[in-house]
Design a protein around this ligand. Structure first.
Ligand SMILES: NC(=O)c1ccc[n+]([C@@H]2O[C@H](COP(=O)([O-])OP(=O)(O)OC[C@H]3O[C@@H](n4cnc5c(N)ncnc54)[C@H](OP(=O)(O)O)[C@@H]3O)[C@@H](O)[C@H]2O)c1
Length: 321
C-alpha cells in the first residue's frame, strides 16, 4: 500500500492543550540510516507539553503544523539496509529527535537507527512507550552522572513521576540508599520500587528531615523546592537538576554553598535502551503506566500531565497492539 498522508496530532501554534488537534500530515520518508516505524503507542512527556505551550527553554520547532512527541513503541516498516540488525516486522521502541524530526504522536515515525532498540519482550507496546525518554533521563542522571553505587545516599525529589520512578529503581538496583519525596498516597508504592525512605513533601520538607545525602536528583520544576533540597546534601555533595527552566537560578546557589552541581539533557541512545530492556525483561525494573488515552485524546493527556501528579507515565494508544 502506498501512503501519502498519515494520521497525527499536531499543533498549528503554541498554546494550551486544546491546540492539539488531529490532522492528516505527510507520510515520513525514511532517509540514510533511519528506521521507519509504524507507531503502536506514544509516550507523553513534560517536554512535549512545554513545547506545545511555548514555554521558555523548551524545544522549538519551525515545521508547522508540528507533530509533537518523543517516545514511541511500534513495528519496523523499513530498515536502513538489508543486513541491518533491525528488520521489517521487528517490535522496537525508542525516542524521536523532535524537533529535528517529526514527532511520535502519529501513525509512523522515521528516526535514526541509534535511537531505536528492540522492545522488551515482556512489555506491551503501551507499556514500552512509557519507557524511553524517562528511563534514559533517569539512567543518565543516576548512572552516568551520579555514578550510583553501594552505600551512596541519594535523594530523588519527585520519586513518583515518569523520570522519578525509574531513578528510584536504578539507584536502588546499583545499591544506593534511596530517599524519595512523594505524596502520602505514593509512599508504599515508592518503597516497593526500592526507596528506603519516603518523605511526604506535603507534611515535611526533605531538607528538614533528610541530611548528609551524597546526591540530590531534582525532578521538581519549582525553584523553592530545588533550593531547599541543597540543605539535605553533605559538604561537597552533588545536585543533578533536570528541569531546564530553573537551572540558571539554582547553579550559583549550589556553588555558593560549596556543592557540586550540573544540569542534564537527555538524548536518544539505543545502547542504553538495550540495557534498560534487559532490566525490564528480568523484572529488576518496571514501568508504571498510570493512564492510556487514544491518540486523538492527546489534549486530555496533556491536561492531566500538567496537573503534575501522574504516577509513572501517561501513554497514547495510536493503533491496537
Ligand atoms: N533535562 C532533561 O533531559 C529532562 C528529561 C525529562 C524530564 N525533565 C524534567 O524533569 C521533571 C520531571 O519530569 P517527569 O516526566 O518525571 O514529571 P512528571 O511525571 O510530570 O512528575 C509528576 C510527579 O511529580 C511529583 N511531584 C509534584 N510536585 C512535587 C513536589 N513538590 N515534591 C515531590 N514530588 C512532587 C508528583 O508526585 P505526587 O503525585 O506524589 O505529588 C508526580 O508523581 C520535569 O520538570 C521535566 O521537564 C528533564
Amino acid at each position: 500500500m502506498t501512503h501519502t498522508t498519515m494520521r497525527a496530532m499536531v499543533i498549528e501554534r503554541t498554546g494550551g492543550p486544546e491546540e492539539l488537534v488531529p490532522a492528516a500530515v505527510p507520510y515520513p520518508s525514511r532517509v540514510g540510516s533511519e528506521v521507519l516505524v509504524r507507531v503502536v503507542a506514544a509516550g507523553v512527556n513534560r517536554c512535549d507539553a512545554d513545547t506545545r505551550a511555548g514555554r521558555p527553554d523548551s524545544a522549538a520547532t519551525d515545521a508547522w503544523p508540528a507533530v509533537l512527541g518523543h517516545d514511541f513503541s511500534g513495528v519496523v516498516v523499513e530498515a536502513p539496509y538489508a543486513a541491518h540488525a533491525l528488520k521489517p516486522g521487528d517490535p522496537v521502541y525508542g525516542m524521536a529527535m523532535f524537533p529535528h524530526s517529526t514527532g511520535s504522536y502519529a501513525e509512523y515515525v522515521s528516526v535514526p537507527a541509534m535511537s531505536v532498540a528492540r522492545k522488551p519482550a515482556s512489555l506491551t507496546h503501551v507499556e514500552a512507550a512509557g519507557v524511553p525518554l524517562a528511563a534514559l533521563t533517569a539512567w543518565g542522571m543516576v548512572v552516568e552522572v551520579a555514578k550510583a553505587h553501594e552505600g551512596q545516599r541519594v535523594l530523588v525529589n519527585a520519586g513518583a513521576g515518569g523520570v522519578g520512578h525509574f531513578a528510584v529503581q536504578f539507584a536502588a538496583y546499583f545499591g544506593a540508599h534511596v530517599v524519595a519525596t512523594g505524596s502520602e498516597r505514593n509512599a508504599g508504592w515508592l518503597r516497593d520500587l526500592g526507596a528506603a525512605e519516603v518523605v511526604d513533601y506535603a507534611s515535611s520538607s526533605a531538607d528538614r528531615v533528610v541530611r548528609d545525602v551524597d546526591v540530590v536528583l531534582n525532578l521538581v520544576d519549582d525553584d523553592a523546592v530545588a533550593e531547599r533540597s541543597l540543605a539535605a546534601l553533605r559538604p561537597g555533595g552533588l545536585v543533578v537538576h533536570a528541569p531546564h527552566a530553573s537551572w540558571a537560578a539554582l547553579a550559583p546557589k549550589a556553588a555558593a554553598a560549596g556543592l557540586r552541581s550540573t544540569g542534564f539533557a537527555v538524548a536518544p541512545d539505543a545502547a542504553t535502551l538495550a540495557i534498560v530492556s534487559r532490566l525490564l525483561d528480568s523484572g529488576d525494573v518496571r514501568v508504571y503506566v498510570d493512564d492510556v488515552y487514544d491518540l486523538d485524546e492527546a489534549a486530555d493527556a496533556h491536561s492531566r500531565l500538567e496537573q503534575r501528579h501522574t504516577r509513572g507515565k501517561l501513554v497514547l494508544r495510536v493503533t491496537d497492539e
